[in-house]
Design a protein. Sequence first.
Length: 316
Amino acid sequence: MFAFCSKSLMNHYQTKHLLTIAIIIYVVMKINMGKIVLFSGGLEMILINYINEEIKQIKERFYQRTNHPYITKFLEDPSLDEDRLFLLYSMLEEKKLAKKSLNDYIITTLLVQAALDTHETVSTSVLSSEKIKKERQLTVLAGDYYSSLYYFLLAKINDISMIRLLANSIQEINESKMSFYKNTEQSVTQSISDIKTIESSLIAKIADHFKLPNWKSIAREFFFFKRLITERESLLQGKSVPLIDAIVNANNKLNLHGEARLKHCIEICDKYIFLSKSQLHTLCKQPSPLSSFILVRMDQMLIENELLKEKIAEEG
């Protein structure tokens, strides 16, 4: 399996995409951990080791930057979406940026995402104790701290254009959040558009900046797909699912409760997951390292959530 995947891709894209191909192979290997012995070594293994080391170093630098003794005393480390990291790395590597520039752009983008994600976790519930009040205040401050780090790093290298780009993206994301969370009467189309912007604006803006339109359209749909998968998991755990609630409330005025509502929400979620899957297949129709990565990763998420098994059972 690995030999076929790697050789066919390498024959088609030659040397300039080798690092991107290595990312794809890396993901395939993660899915098929029990079959790694089939991988015979050589150039592919060297590339995978290289990618592993590069990704590891970027993650270490990210956590070194975000580490603050007072914040970590009360709050968990910020989350880091590895799909976002892989896509950023692969996208910027395609432009053959210098290693330092590539690392700086990735880390600053991840810092902005960490700031946005941290602020998203701020509770709006009634404060019941001084401890909860302190945690809420620290969460806000942590998000502000991560945001200031991105500005500091880019100002240090005098990259005004990237500061402006990320600031515009933050504004766009916050406007979409206001539209999505405050406008309870908006259409499903608008809600989906808002979520796509919230989930992918950072990568989309960088793709625009480096004139990579295909990355923009695929990233926008891929992170929407991933958001749907995340909300499906949250549904089954009884957690908040704002996107699915928005779709259900706009499409269905039935007064459903309990198990009936849960079943209906799962059906709606699955419908949009497979619509998004179909859209991704259309966007990834042209063979490329990016398309291969997205399709492999998408199937991995479907398998992890047993959605492919359920779909096959329905169609069988």
